[in-house]
Design a protein around this ligand. Structure first.
Ligand code: GLP
Length: 262
């Protein structure tokens, strides 16, 4: 099933196993979370190098902490310029202000736009008086991204597209699922019930989609994505739609890929 290969850049050798998933999806597996994060950063940095005016949609969450830190380190080491890149926001909690430590806007400012030197950054306003209007405003700014960076959450959600979200959805306001609310409150975060998210239609129209995941819990989310039906019951299964799968790479550590039996 797996072909072992080694990539060598910047004097780091990463033991990468690459395999073909269903519907054209590429699956890259590395032994540890740290190695997966390094590989992810090395994949993402190709964007500003090869297309300096590209549009990139950045996810947030625990998963992205290490890849973004490595991306900042690589950017400085290699002297890569992000100043003409356009940064889009994937999702935001309703009620979270740009300075709230739990807001995705603050996360992206601290881990992405400032360290990478991105000037052309477009944020969602989680404290807008009318979130529906804010979603519409944000949608009007979007063009198909060159790269979307995704994590995966409860119920196979991508962004905050919870189960039953239509595959052609655009930027919209969502009511968070009980599973998502429980996950967040278990992390000690404020209880939040609504969010704005780019839709599955926005995500799947991107030229390239990178989904990063580590750990056993993510393996549970990913298994139905790859092996059950393509259905809005599992939002991330949209990544297998015709014409979408070949644009998708999953970057996983061994635990998240446990069921692949590599
Ligand atoms: C959250 C966010 C996603 C994120 C995902 C994984 O709910 N809406 O954008 O990618 O779930 O988060 P984490 O990496 O913290 O597990």
């Amino acid at each position: 099933m797996a072909v072992s290969s080694y990539i060598e850049t910047d004097r780091i050798i990463l033991p990468l196993r690459e395999t073909n998933g269903p519907d054209g999806i590429r699956i890259c597996v590395l032994p540890t979370e740290a190695q997966t994060a390094i590989f992810a950063a090395r994949s993402i940095i190709n964007i500003p190098i090869h297309k300096p005016d590209a549009t990139v949609t950045f996810a947030t969450g625990n998963t992205m902490v290490q890849p973004y830190a490595e991306l900042a380190r690589l950017t400085a080491t290699m002297g890569v310029r992000w100043s003409d890149i356009r940064m889009n926001h994937l999702d935001e909690y309703g009620g979270a202000s740009a300075n709230d430590p739990e807001s995705f806007a603050r996360y992206l400012r601290e881990r992405v736009t400032v360290p990478l030197g991105i000037i052309n950054a477009h944020f969602m306003n989680g404290t807008a008086d009318n979130l529906e209007h804010e979603a519409a405003r944000y949608e009007s700014l979007l063009t198909p991204a060159d790269l979307v960076i995704l994590g995966i959450g409860p119920g196979g959600h991508i962004g905050f597209n919870e189960p039953q979200t239509p595959f052609d959805s655009r930027t919209h306001v969502v009511q968070l699922s009980e599973e998502t609310v429980s996950r967040d409150t278990a992390r000690g975060q404020t209880k939040r019930t609504h969010a704005i998210t780019q839709g599955i239609g926005n995500i799947t129209e991107a030229a390239q989609i990178l989904l990063i995941a580590y750990g056993k819990q993510k393996a549970e989310y990913l298994r139905p994505v790859l092996y059950n039906d393509i259905t809005p019951d599992c939002p991330a299964s949209a990544l297998r739609l015709p014409g979408v799968g070949p644009k998708v790479s999953l970057l996983l550590d061994c635990e998240a890929a446990a069921w692949l039996n590599l």
